[in-house]
Design a protein around this ligand. Sequence first.
Ligand code: DON
Length: 558
Amino acid sequence: MTGFRSSLIRVFALWLFLPGATAAITPQHAAIASAHPLVNAAGYEVLEAGGNAFDAAVAVSAALAVVEPNASGLGGGGFWLLHRAEDGFEVMVDGRERAPLAASANMFLDSAGEPVPGLSRATALASGIPGEPAAFVHISREYGRLPLARSLAPAIRLARQGFPMYPRLQGGLKFKQQQLASNHAGSVFLINGQVPELGQVIRNPELADALELLARHGREGFYAGEQAKKLVDGIRELGGIWTLQDLADYQVVERPPIKSRYGDVTITGAPPPSAGGVAVANALNILGPYKLPELDSVTRTHVMVEALRRAFRDRGQYLGDPDFVAVPVPLLTHPFYADGQRAGIRLDKATPSADLPGLSPWQAKGTDTTHFSILDADGNRVSATMSLNFWFGNGIMIPDTGVVLNNEMDDFSVKPGVPDGFQLVGYDANAIAPGKRMLSSMTPTWAESDKGLVILGTPGGSRIISMVLQGVLAWAEGANASQIASLPRFHHQYLPDLISYEESAFSEAEIQALEAMGHTLKPVGRRYGNMEVITWDYASGEVQAASDSRGDGEGRVY
Ligand code: DON
């Protein structure tokens, strides 16, 4: 290379890394990390056809509905965090489920005012009004380059032609076999009532039809006409309370993401009705001044647990659907607020959760889930987490609709102080009300600095928040994509007052030291989460993608 050319390149490179100039660089490579290689292939097909990351996000979400029907789908909802490279515009598309209009605060309580076991989880009453189909239509129309039908085509093909049974799905089917066998879902996912063998081809022509209706008619293909009528009739027959009005009224909401700082890193997260963005921002604000890389491993775990304890306490107290309750987001994400929380943290001793202010009324004045991360060659990004709540939601399929129903109603606080399926305790900020969105822990996120970018997220209920926190911290300290996806995990959520952990997270000596500080530790007994990570190093230009070693997913750079 001539001296002139190389100095030109140096000048150009310097310009690229001037503050504020990062928008000018593009990754050149696209990357997708999701829960299944066939899902990545669906996203890539759409990129190859001229689509951008947003078209690919629709293709990937729809393919996940087919290939990972236990985790997300047309009968569920989610959050899609978007970054448009050309102008830096960022938004969260909130496609979270809403409570039906006939829902009421005490609908899961018996006449004595106690929660009826299972009512908010395993019945037709457990399903919120789905948001995912509306989100597909919205993302495609507002941000995509291709027609919706093109982005849905790979998923339609997968549903018709089928895909081979794989371990994670087989595990989910075994777990929910009885419940699925008791309704129409059994005839779609089981063969003569039995869980299919690994490799056996799974087809879902009803879901292919449902996706085709969406491709052809847009939102009317799900929220009106024959499909809406089948859904409402089917769910009412099973004791549900949906109406045609519920479906006709459903709208996605665009919300500005939560922004916070940790050292020289800017974190972009999901705003309410996700609790994740606020909780991660709050925990990072508490942790900033501790200089974590300089701490020994026990003190580091201790202060992270104390930060999580405080962030989760506030989750239970203040967070809910911002269209129904006044959520004090600016306060909770402000560094001064964290300074006050940090003041109560001792370095030698756990704070019993009972010593924090208990939950009290906060009135408005006014397992299963999936994540994917996408970066396209122009730098557009999507970080999205979608859910049915537990494995296969409430386990119910309405015949001839292709739709597995969610059981997200359990994410509401069915009674103040009564734990939900993730043992999370809430109060009236997250009480049930007609048309209200239930609070979520789903935390699609990215973080960036002058050095680069990480896009990440995971399923895992309340543990999503601690997993994303650990992931962001690891990236800030130099971990690469696969290291982030496979970090050993631990968690604290205020109540129950204990550190739950994967066996590999702590040594025996660390466990003893944490116990000596007053912490209670309990191994989870399995590995949890299914994280999908993309990183982009601005200096080298390298893009990496990694999928959690705990799952069957794939991170791929194209
Ligand atoms: O929105 C929420 O917080 C829950 N419905 C998420 C459930 C979940 O992540 C289950 N995954 N293992």
